[in-house]
Design a binder for this molecule. Sequence first.
Ligand SMILES: [Zn+2]
Length: 54
Amino acid sequence: MATVKLIGYQCERCGHQWLPRDSEQEPRVCPRCKSPYWNRPRRAANVAKKKAGK
Ligand SMILES: [Zn+2]
């Protein structure tokens, strides 16, 4: 029984999934939508708001 582990990335903006050529280096932008924030969840903004409310 063999387990195949794929190293891939998913864009938080457009949902695009892809496999990088160099797995040791994260891509700067999403190859599809070219967004530099592809790996940044939208939570970051919400957390700031919740923190202020508390
Ligand atoms: Zn994207």
